[in-house]
Design a protein around this ligand. Sequence first.
Ligand code: AHR
Length: 539
Amino acid sequence: MLKRLSLLTLSSALPVIVLLCTSSGLPVPGQTKTGSATDKVILTVDVSKPGARIDRNLFGQFAEHLGHGIYEGIWVGPESKIPNTRGIRNDVVAALKDLKVPNVRWPGGCFADEYHWRKGIGPQRLVTLNSNWGGVVEPNTFGTHEFMDFLDQIGAEAYLSVNVGSGTPQEAAEWLEYLTTPQATSLAKERTANGHPAPYKIAYLGIGNESWDCGGNMTPDYYVSQLKIYSRFVRNFNPAQQGQQQMLKIAVGPGGPEPRFSEWTEAVMKAWQNHQWSWDMNGLSLHTYTVLNWDKKLASVGFGETEYSQVLKATLVMDGLIAKHSAIMDKYDPQKKIALVVDEWGGWYAPLPGTDPGFLVQQNSMRDAVLAALNLNIFARHADRVRMSNIAQMINVLQAMIMTDKEKMVLTPTYYVYKMYVPFQDATFVPVVFNAGSYVNGDISLPRVDAIAAKDATGKLWLAITNLDPNRSVEIDANLGGASGKSAVGETLTAPKVDSVNTFDDPRTVVPRPVSASVQDGKLTLKLDPKSVSVISVQ
Ligand code: AHR
């Protein structure tokens, strides 16, 4: 099991939010939850200075062969009584389609560095062991073709992680030839015999996973030499991917704030800066989880405001981490050609009692909805460098979108945040400045409000505003900076308690409800509930 340092002890830095306007909501030292029930936050949108495109890939997912992430979560098999299409559950596909999932990272995670693709193709699958996650049997019934079929059903692109840890460049190269060549090679004929004559599109290729740890405990220099070899030889032959649509290669990047990860980023970026024609990369991954203590993880349910504020404080470390690694990347890549790809992140809590600890099963609460919104906002603010992210993990594992139990399925609070944020996919970031105010709980002080704005392809202005304070509602006065509109409509997600969850028996405790607000003289006024995430558009 992975072991990392506590984020809380590593950084107590809070994100800096530009203080432009003053209002009655100015941060007051010592302001407490017993303060006035509602006071104002003034927010100013500057539509005249559009920022970077918020890449749709920022809303990517991660599905590892881990616990019930794949088996039961996606794959039930064609013979199952659970309604399915070629073995893939229909309820899950329908729910994911609503999220417009841009890409799915697969097959791991740590699992990827022990995955041998040939065991998961053809009529006879080899039964192996999943030694990373519970030591359970891996039937390999969900393999390459099933993954690509799943992507096709939900309308997402493939982000394949190839095995650098225990595989070979040849094995990975053959996998890509099998997947992508239109020529009548033996591998292409095998693919045709297995039901797919046309070459597949593989949009993203991850070269290893956490190679500094579960992926082989490599030094930065050793990894760089592997990266060059895999980048050179693992080719995509799909004719449609030779130009604009070329497969993007993502190198293993840092895993947190420790100095060794700065050295890692330096080493990979320096190598790239000096790279020859024979190899290249397009992205650098970043993994970081919100966890207070790896040895004594917090519970995912049955917690109170203390743990709520502790977790939110810990998650805001993401901003500084991205800034730190972006600054290193800027030294070697000032034009920001290389994307920072946050392809593992999310809240990691103690396993639910009675579950296999190797399956990483946890509940998903209102706290996770706020956590998700805060991180998505951070990614959007760094959209010029952060162009892809993959929350861990899509179904039944860690901070999941969906949980299943046999034929039952429930959508989590995090799912609803992703659904509400769909309009931000490929929208243009619009700067928004506000007096965040403060939410204080004991010795923890957090911004009370967080917000981002963006314009979609039709020119419509969208605002996402989170009220972190679990006790006080907040009145927002938003100056729309010249954006025309008469009203604002959208959705808000809140819940009775910070640890409210959706369950199979009671799936609608944390679901969004519609909100509307008036716009007068370019100013929008609305009141947001305590501990809420809201997304609204100006019409
Ligand atoms: O998401 C669970 C695990 O966390 C992944 O397999 C690994 O890459 C990370 O450490």
